[in-house]
Write a protein that binds this ligand. Structure first.
Ligand SMILES: *Cc1c(COP(=O)(O)O)cnc(C)c1O
Length: 324
């Protein structure tokens, strides 16, 4: 087990990222406040160059490697946005990159990974099978295997989003973070403990893929099926490093249904000028699911990503439910 990232690591990551990524906007929308009964601040990670917050982690990881380490290449596994993050960072630093994606991965995300110059291998029905193939490719090719959840530099990097949030708004009552592997929420906890100890960090996952949630409740990593349409929340298992940090830092871990996520996705489109992918709308879904709990509060919801597939975008405009 690699060591836990600290707040100092997050600040160091911010220095590294300053030249490559501008601070993302955080807006509130009166119509959205009206619909939720709270003051909601939407942190727009959907406007990152890869359309998701994970680019912060990938760039931080690559910045911390030596040229010789980069030259050996990196291999990882992902349903899409971690793949794009690593591909983007490897392109920026001239490192070879291979990503194994489950064969169910969205065509748009696969295309994006390849356009970034990485090699995308479609393999397996789920993340576990993709991971197995990635491990073999790394061993055969002498490349570094990057765990999407248990890599400290990724947590330190994504933590920079929370420095931005807490610096932009004092006195937040809560920050709601969509969770897959848990890197974002764990990093939120590290940063909140320093900058906003009164702010509750609330994690949210889909009830149709509750591996991180159930791991947190169980106090150890468990496996669960991934049946959600929001693939960014679907990792199939808990990850040791983020789970350990979540046990220290998390106030609550909630579940929302795919239908609730879809309704939040629609509301972001109609009330906040924002195209979110399902995972990116889960934070707002948690607020909408508990109007009494959040009434009158100042709540940051992280719109973690905007990489909705063509089918997902079409469904947003139609009368049907989430696309599986
Ligand atoms: C990866 C991802 C998440 C989950 O983040 P973790 O750090 O894996 O918990 C949420 N939303 C989007 C859009 C993602 O890509």
């Amino acid at each position: 087990m690699e060591c836990e990232p600290t707040y100092a690591d997050v600040l160091a990551a911010r220095e590294l990222l300053a030249a490559r990524l501008p601070v993302t906007p955080m807006w509130s929308y009166p119509a959205l406040d009206h619909a939720t009964g709270a003051t909601v601040f939407v942190k727009h990670e959907n406007v990152q160059p890869i359309g998701a917050f994970k680019v912060r982690g990938g760039l931080t990881l690559l910045a911390g490697m030596t040229p010789a380490q980069r030259a050996e290449g990196l291999v990882t596994y992902s349903t899409g946005n971690h793949a794009q993050s690593l591909a983007y960072a490897c392109a920026a630093y001239g490192a070879p990159c291979t990503v194994v994606m489950p064969s169910s991965a969205s065509a748009e995300k696969v295309r994006a990974v390849r356009a970034l110059g990485a090699s995308a291998v479609l393999h397996g029905a789920d993340m576990a099978e993709a991971q197995e193939r990635a491990e073999k490719l790394a061993a055969d090719g002498g490349c570094r295997l990057v765990s999407p959840g248990d890599t400290p530099a990724l947590l330190a990097g994504v933590g920079t989003a929370y420095v931005e949030i807490f610096e932009a708004r004092r006195g937040l009552d809560a920050v709601v973070v969509p969770v897959g592997s848990g890197t974002g929420a764990a990093a939120a906890g590290i940063v909140a403990a320093e900058l906003a100890p009164g702010c509750r960090v609330i994690a949210v996952q889909s009830s149709a893929a509750p591996a991180a949630h159930d791991s947190w409740r169980a106090g150890g990593c468990v496996e669960r099926p991934d049946r959600t349409a929001a693939e960014g929340l679907a990792t199939g298992r808990g990850f040791v490093l983020p789970q350990r940090l979540l046990r220290t830092h998390l106030a609550e871990f909630r579940l929302v249904s795919d239908e609730q996520i879809f309704a939040a996705q629609r509301l972001l489109a109609s009330h906040a000028h924002t195209l979110a992918e399902g995972a990116g709308a889960a934070g707002l879904a948690a607020v909408l699911a508990d109007p009494e709990g959040f009434a009158g509060q100042r709540v940051a919801v992280v719109c973690t990503g905007g990489n909705a597939s063509a089918a997902e975008i079409a469904a947003l405009g139609g009368g049907a439910g989430p696309v599986r």
